[in-house]
Design a protein around this ligand. Sequence first.
Ligand code: DAH
Length: 369
Amino acid sequence: MGKTIDTAEYGDLEALETALLGELDAAGDLAALEDFRVGALGKKGRISALMKTLGQMEPDARKSFGQSVNGLKQRVSDALEARKSDLGEAALAARLATETADVTLPVRPGPEMMGRIHPISQVWDELTEIFADMGFSVAEGPDIETEEKNFDKLNIPASHPARQEMDTFYFPTKEDGSRKLLRTHTSPVQIRTMEAQQPPIRIIAPGRVYRSDYDQTHTPMFHQVEGLVIDDSTHMGHLKWCLEEFCKAFFEVDKVKMKFRASHFPFTEPSMEVDIQYAEVGNEVRMGEGDKWMEILGCGMVHPNVLRAVGYDPEKVQGWAFGVGIERITTLKYGMPDLRPMFASDMRWLKHYGFLPFDVPSLAGGLSS
Ligand code: DAH
């Protein structure tokens, strides 16, 4: 027995469609859309229920009613998809709007803003950046060194006054008569590097050094950076150029005034000490002007005895070296009146003179800005 469908059913379909599309418009988010889909097109949904009535109809009525319901189903499905993609886009746009990160904003105060990079570490990184740019690689050596590398092979024999002047911290003498020491300078890294490789050599060696000395300008542990260049023809002109470029880059100025004074070191011949000119204007230090001079480094042409000590032939290779006091150039650049607080671990001092972990020195970004 087929169910008779009167034309009123068609009217109901239109009403149903209007109602459904109205509900669709009102669905405000993807979850509401899903509810709608289940209620209209799901297995037990309203449109599916209509489809189920087809089986009981007369063939003619079934055909035309079936077509109408299918049309309705198709239009509602299309409208649902369209609404879904609109809502999806809107949801994405809203998410993007709330999750944007303005990378130009200052860093929020958090734990990462509490700590400070010690000025010595910062300057160490600055030095590495500057010399790496000039083609130097970084070499290292141990803090506990042998007398041979700290003194003998650097042309400082036991009888040499420099050996006494260095206020060396020694370890107890061993049974074989040898004794180790805390290196008094970074120069033994010259020996280690030359013993490990053949020229050409172009290295810097930043590191800790130790001397028994303590006052306003001396601490028993301090830092130096050693430089060494060896090849078959490099000369003092290169040394002076390199040091001048270094000073300009480090102090971030276009011009510096340097004084190369004749001096004496056992491991270089000739030897020089370098002073750099600066002015103190209030709290500010200005390089390249004024009437103050600070000694910042020692340098010279590597002594033939040193070349021989590492098995090089001084007739074939030559080179130059320098040793810079890192505390000296740090106090000068960052205007610190006293050296001792450097190693007192006083948070107030570190907050004032230290650097944020984000201030990674780079030549491109401006070393200290
Ligand atoms: N080692 C020296 C010192 O500690 C500094 C120095 C002077 C290093 C001259 C050098 C140099 O490489 O050529 O006082």
